[in-house]
Design a binder for this molecule. Structure first.
Ligand code: SF4
Length: 347
């Protein structure tokens, strides 16, 4: 029933009807944590510039991060880049066709591995994303929250998967979760599997999936320095691996308790880049929300005083003209300062 519904509706996306395993893998990496409508322009731009594994592997990380800029969760881009390089080096440029080998690549977790292998190579494994959890939990009235329910959901889907069309089956579950079995106000009346859905029959759909109580997202206060010299601004690069790793930013950091924003900038600049700066004026505050927290960023126009600049607490630094900043990947919060900065004159 679910496959019939899937074939009948035939939801069009640029990555459907594309049998290139690389393109399928890219789409799944982008779609993890990001909505379909957001992904489409990024996916099209990426494929136009980086059409295959070779082109990704050959690209500098700055290009990769710039192409990803705005999609968030930058670890996905860094891992995809590293994984493509590994495929060139260890697998003759060909994507592994089996689940266990593909799973050894960086960034390839159980969901990506199952989704890509089932869609690209017909490997009959269920792909468990948020949609699969929601649909399966409601159909079976699963009374424990995810990830504790993972085994139950996996067994259920393993029994149900169409071994001849595992990719279509997984995509049908995703489509059902996205289009009908939505987090709120699901369209049960038009659902192709309502007769098998125990929570629909019991009128308890709203109860599933069982959710753990969410903690309120904390707000972090940070301060950054906009340091001018000879019409250029000093920017630093975050270390790889951590949150927003590899991206460029205006140097600064978290404001400590009892510290003012300008004091924080002076301390952070010394710690991070070995320079002494003098904050001249407060530019503005920007607020930005990430998935699990938000930040309030205080920006200060600063004068460079002394010190030989060294990348002590960051991966790299650079003096750039404001126009050059647009060629580099910055976090969204930093973008909110770009317009204010361009209007400044050099100190
Ligand atoms: Fe989801 Fe409703 Fe369909 Fe059950 S009947 S799978 S709750 S849309």
């Amino acid at each position: 029933d679910i496959l019939n519904w899937y074939y009948k509706n035939n939801y069009e996306f640029p990555w459907r009807n594309n049998s290139d395993p690389y393109a399928i893998w890219l789409s799944e990496v982008m779609l993890q944590q990001t909505q379909t409508s957001t992904v489409i322009p990024f996916y099209n731009r990426w494929l136009a510039r980086l059409p295959d594994i070779q082109s990704v592997a050959k690209s500098h990380i700055d290009i990769i991060l710039k192409m990803w800029e705005g999609l968030g969760y930058y670890n996905r881009a860094r891992n995809f880049h590293t994984a493509c390089k590994i495929i060139i080096k260890k697998h003759n440029g060909k994507m592994p066709r089996d689940l266990s080998t593909f799973s050894t690549l960086p960034g390839v977790g159980p969901y990506i591995a199952s989704a890509v292998m089932s869609i690209a190579f017909n490997v009959p494994v269920p792909a468990i994303d948020g949609n699969a959890v929601r649909v399966s939990s409601r159909i079976n009235s699963v009374n424990i929250p995810f990830p504790k329910s993972k085994q139950i959901i996996n067994s259920y889907l393993e029994n149900l998967i169409d071994v001849e069309h595992p990719g279509d089956f997984n995509q049908a579950i995703m489509d059902l979760g996205r289009e009908l079995c939505t987090p709120t106000h699901p369209s049960c009346q038009t659902c192709p599997v309502q007769n098998y859905c125990s929570s629909f029959v019991d009128n308890t759909v709203d109860k599933y999936p069982i959710r753990l109580k969410k903690q309120p997202a904390p707000n972090l206060k940070v301060a950054v320095g906009i340091i001018w010299k000879n019409n250029k601004i000093l920017i630093s690069r975050r270390k790889d691996g951590g949150f927003l790793g590899g991206l460029w930013e205006f140097p600064g950091g978290k404001i400590k308790q009892g510290e003012s924003g300008s004091e924080c900038v002076v301390r952070e600049l010394l710690e991070e880049l070995n320079v002494l700066v003098h904050p001249i004026s407060h530019i503005k505050n920007v607020r930005h929300s990430y998935t699990h927290f938000s930040i309030t960023m205080e920006a200060y126009k600063c004068q460079y005083k002394s010190g030989e600049i060294k990348a002590v607490g960051c991966a790299d630094f650079r003096w750039v003209h404001p126009q050059e900043m647009k060629q580099l990947a910055f976090p969204r919060a930093s973008h909110k300062l770009f317009d204010s900065i361009e209007g400044f004159v050099s100190i």
